[in-house]
Design a protein around this ligand. Structure first.
Ligand code: SF4
Length: 266
């Protein structure tokens, strides 16, 4: 873990301003605690309000923001159109490879916030990425001098080599128990796996179901559903996706559609 590493720009003439991008999941909280122990100066913790958080997540965010302020940091949020308005505007759900939700709900609002609050581009942005998290993140750099997603500011990921045990020790010193799941800033996330979907609460299932109904069908007659049926054993719509998520491996059977009187077909 890079606990002793000096900020690569601590020696600049201008006092560095640090902006921590936080979703208030485990790694975000560990990073905030790390910044506190590291005595970083002029820290703002920035949360992206996607308008799509789990019903319970708003309480968590408010509690974490109070904790952040108690550490002497500032807490701020970006604002966005929100997922529901976005999918209605786009007349469809974001997908892998068409992940416009990240762009519209997080990256652009963050760039707007940075442009307003750091017009000179002096800030150092920080993220809680850890290489241990996934194969995709295995080579994530600790330092990026010019990050386009952060308005060509420097990006620092000081916990890249932090193992989960060390991360949990940071959480413990901060007074938090590790969550058994990822941040619920988007519930459900378009990249949810079976376990994530199994954990959905009824209010979040109901909101997806309502929007799917309001979006209706494509010109080709395909339902505009959040999760692709082809990748979920033919399950169409969030209720069936939820049922699929509770089925054993290869055991999901989509409902029979059409006439089941026994007098047709066969
Ligand atoms: S967390 Fe998931 S749903 Fe939310 S913006 Fe990112 S990819 Fe999209």
């Amino acid at each position: 873990m890079s606990m002793e590493r000096a900020s690569p720009r601590d020696d600049r003439a201008v006092t560095p301003v640090h902006v921590i991008f936080a979703s208030y999941g485990n790694d975000s909280l560990a990073l905030i605690r790390w910044a506190y122990e590291r005595k970083l100066r002029d820290v703002t913790v920035l949360y992206n309000e996607t308008g799509w958080g789990a019903a319970c997540w708003a309480i968590r965010v408010a509690q974490c923001e109070a904790w952040v302020e108690g550490l002497g940091f500032k807490a701020a949020r970006t604002q966005s159109i929100g997922m529901e308005a976005l999918v209605k505007k786009e007349r469809g759900w974001p997908r892998n490879g068409m992940q416009f939700c990240t762009e519209k709900l997080k990256i652009r609002p963050s760039l707007a916030w940075l442009a307003q609050n750091d017009p000179e581009r002096e800030a150092i942005c920080l993220v809680g990425v850890r290489r241990e998290e996934s194969v995709a993140r295995r080579s994530f750099p600790e330092w990026t001098e010019d990050s386009a997603a952060h308005g060509h500011r420097s990006l620092w990921a000081p916990l890249v080599n932090t193992q989960v045990v060390e991360r949990d020790a940071l959480l413990s010193r901060a007074g938090f128990a590790p969550l058994p799941h990822r941040s619920r800033e988007c519930e459900p996330c378009i990249n949810s796996n079976k376990g994530d979907i199994r954990a959905l609460g009824d209010p979040d299932i109901a909101k997806v179901e309502r929007i799917e109904g309001e979006l209706g069908f494509t010109g080709a007659g395909k339902p505009r559903v959040m999760f692709r049926p082809a990748q979920h054993m033919g399950a169409i719509g969030i209720r069936e996706i939820y049922r699929w998520a509770h089925s054993g491996r290869g055991q999901y059977e989509p409902p029979v559609r059409g006439c089941d009187s026994g007098m047709c077909g066969g």
